[in-house]
Design a protein around this ligand. Sequence first.
Ligand code: ADP
Ligand code: MG
Length: 395
Amino acid sequence: MAYRTLDGVDVAGKRVLLRADLNVPVRDGKITDLTRIERLSPTIRELSGKGARVIVSSHFERPKGRRVRELSLAPMAAALGEVLGRRVRFAEDCVGVVAQQAVERMQPGDVLVLENTRYHPGEERNDPACASEMAKLAEIYVNDAFSAAHRAHASTEGVAHLLPAYAGRLMQAELEALEAALGNPERPVAAIVGGAKVSTKLELLGNLSRKVDVLVIGGAMANTFLAAQGVPVGKSLQEADMHDTAREIMAGATQAGCEIVLPGDAVVAFEFKPNPPTQTVAIDAVPDEAMILDVGPATVRGLVGRLGSFKTLVWNGPLGAFEVPPFEVSTVALARAVAASTEAGHLRSVAGGGDTVAALRQAGVLDRLTYVSSAGGAFLEWLEGKTLPGVAALG
Ligand code: ADP
Ligand code: MG
């Protein structure tokens, strides 16, 4: 994946359109997590410090091409100002006269946030007219929104073809971490894939099994693999129509020289609710009426014991139903062991996925792995081996 970075780009006095991801979590009108804004700030500080006029654009949720007051980016502009510790202006549109006039008033070093790009139907359609309206605002385009790069929209892809286009520092960091984890990793490289369904992660499993040396399958999706091998999984969540697929993935992995590791024991319960009575059983001894809700302690010990032999680890998907206690136990234990191996310097660890990030936060290790991607869907598509249009446009 070739892309241009900001190294050596002269931005002094220039108008720079910076595609950011200000699609932050909001509850009752209040921003609940500033992580995305904090991660974005180095790029803005760098551009502004070099005398650029920094014009920030982003989408927020799904206004579907209409102006929806509640989905304004005005609160994110204020939050960005607080994080940067400086004045950040806001324009009530991302294109047209309103945006142009706000840009004209900018001085070198100023930061302006534009209104939600998805207020315009042309954004998601990647309408060339919409992209060219955006391009009119600036002389340089910088994309720092890896998390939106899997969508070919006007602000992520269309506009990148109309201006000199570069990856921002956050985009660059994400791409470098991913490249080091899977593009050109130090081996042996292992992947842990968990979560609920095989059907949502088919391409991901296929791609990983061709690239990694060891593929560990946990979570409810392991149930499908176990059932496909004739191991009874009782009342566990599993996908009966995915058994052939699971067997194909396993055969493909074997052919590619990838070892597949399935759980050897499990924590089961007869009801899916917080703190029910549980049993730990060998994987071939799951009672008919029971559900597998977490991998067992022997499985975790086995994985932790092997961490020292891996150089690189990619992780997506919790090992158990971590939202419901005590079925977070294995995920949390493994997360802490991965963090310790990473800190000891013998493991490069990269993780991502919405629920995975939540589980790592719960384990208190969010900033103790080599890289945790907050990119959600874009991270998953990258794990699937897809070319992300927003990244391709920077090459
Ligand atoms: P991510 O968002 O990180 O990509 P997924 O969405 O694929 O991860 O998977 C997370 C979901 O999988 C969680 O809601 C979790 O409760 C569920 N899950 C994992 N293991 C089990 C299990 N054994 N039984 C039921 N649900 C499970
Ligand atoms: Mg999820």
